[in-house]
Design a protein around this ligand. Structure first.
Ligand code: ADE
Length: 433
């Protein structure tokens, strides 16, 4: 895996990157880490990388040009890196995010300084990450936190392949207590079971200790943890109260987006279409029926966005909420966004990338069948189902999606309304048998 670090203090990172496990992983070729001094890309003779904020106020802001040039230089050397800005405004860092970032082959970490970076750099950044609700003088230490925690998840970095999978947090629990020699220390003996050689008993004891410890120290973690039927049985055998523990389930994580731009008209020209009350209501109702997370209405037009919000608010908070509260519950699923790009970016900031599946009425474009798509969704894969209004999604969208589902119907007439198509496809993907 490769890390590129964009910083104005490369020396700050020298020692942590050249000691212990990280040094060994670099020497073994598992990690490639390069620091880049943003100052080298400054435009003026004083190598200025910051300037006063427009509109006044405290502190200095990182200038856009040096950082943009530094990023372009790194990308020219190796394209396709995932760009992460370390900042207190980012998505909170945890073990799950470390595991997610460990999937990338190339991460570019930007260490912010001063009062932040010029907001026009947003297009250069894939996500923002914060290591906690406190403010440091810069992103260098957070970058080290990411590199350290991600590296130890890579195969071959830790001595024992399994030790990262038994960490605290990796299964939603704190780690059990550990003991080493001597057997008696300060009058306290090592628990008997650990000396028994009975690996099943040791596993059960450790699980029980993890649950006890997490219950006392981090009840918030325990509330999110899931337990297999076998684990619950083992815990009961160890005398642990299991009534508050959640059994394992696979959560469906499917969102729907109805795109109003860019779509085609009947002459295959790119147009933007108008929002309809019918699509808002019916797709929201189908989404609520089948357990869809969010129904995104995608339109760049401000008047259309306002119209959609007015309708939604009428049913959520206005007279509609009194007249028919169920409808308000369905319309609460709707979120209005200006583009698919901002939707993907927002999803990235919240921590997950979508598997994007487009739908089309055209024959010959399908790359995945309904059975396979249903299995992927059932396995808990985060999925976005894209539907186009008008005569369907523009080619520029179709070329970016991960998969295309086959068209519905097949008896000649090919003009199913988009809201009908949404209901049918949701039933194929999500209906219980
Ligand atoms: N830069 C300053 N404070 C930070 C934090 N808490 N997380 C990430 N980057 C930061």
């Amino acid at each position: 895996m490769r890390f590129d670090i964009m910083t104005i203090f490369p020396d700050l990172l020298e020692s942590p990157l050249n000691e212990g496990i990280i040094r060994r992983a670099r020497a073994a070729g598992i990690l490639e880490i390069k620091s880049h001094n943003i100052r080298d890309f400054a435009l003026d003779k004083h190598a200025m990388t910051d300037d006063r904020p427009f509109g006044g106020g405290e502190g200095m802001v990182m200038k856009p040009e040096p950082l943009a040039d530094a990023l372009q230089t790194v990308s020219a050397e190796r394209a396709g890196g995932h760009v992460v800005l370390l900042s207190p405004q980012g998505r909170p860092y945890n073990q799950a995010l470390a595991a997610e970032l460990a999937e990338y082959e190339h991460l570019i970490l930007i260490c912010g300084r001063y009062e932040g970076i010029d907001d026009r750099l947003a297009d250069y950044i894939d996500e923002e990450v914060s290591i906690g609700d406190y403010v440091l003088t810069g992103g260098e230490l957070p970058a080290m936190v990411l590199i350290d925690s991600i590296s130890r998840l890579l195969p071959g970095v830790l001595g024992c392949e399994n030790s990262a999978s038994r960490d605290s947090f990796s299964c939603g629990l704190l780690k059990h207590p550990q003991f080493t020699r001597p057997r008696v220390f300060a009058g306290r003996e090592v628990p008997e079971v650990l000396m028994s050689g009975d690996h099943q008993a040791i596993r059960r004891w450790r699980l029980a200790q993890s649950v006890k410890r997490t219950r006392v120290r981090r009840p918030d973690l325990l509330a999110g943890a899931q337990f297999s039927a076998e684990e619950l049985k083992d815990l009961r055998a160890e005398g642990i109260e299991t009534s508050g523990l959640r059994p394992e389930t696979t959560e469906v994580r499917l969102d729907v987006a109805l795109v109003h731009y860019p779509v085609c008209n009947k002459n295959k020209e790119i147009i933007g279409s108008a929002i309809t009350n019918l699509d808002l209501h019916d797709i929201a109702r189908a989404s609520a029926t089948y357990g869809v997370g969010t129904y995104y209405v995608v339109t760049p037009y401000e008047d259309q966005q306002r119209l959609a919000m007015e309708i939604i608010e009428h049913w959520r908070q206005g007279f509609g909420a009194v007249y028919n509260p169920d409808r308000g519950q369905a319309l609460a699923k709707v979120a209005v966004v200006d583009s698919l790009e901002s939707l993907f970016k927002e999803a990235g900031n919240r921590g997950s990338r979508y598997h994007v599946m487009a739908t089309t009425a055209a024959h010959g474009a399908a790359t995945i069948g309904y059975n396979q798509a249903r299995q992927r969704v059932a396995a808990g894969e985060r999925t976005l189902l894209l539907f186009g209004t008008g005569w369907g999604l523009a080619a520029e969208i179709m070329s970016q999606v991960d998969d295309v589902l086959p068209p519905l119907g097949g008896k000649g007439y090919n003009h199913l309304s988009v809201r009908s198509a949404v209901s049918i496809i949701l039933d194929r993907l999500l209906a219980s048998e």
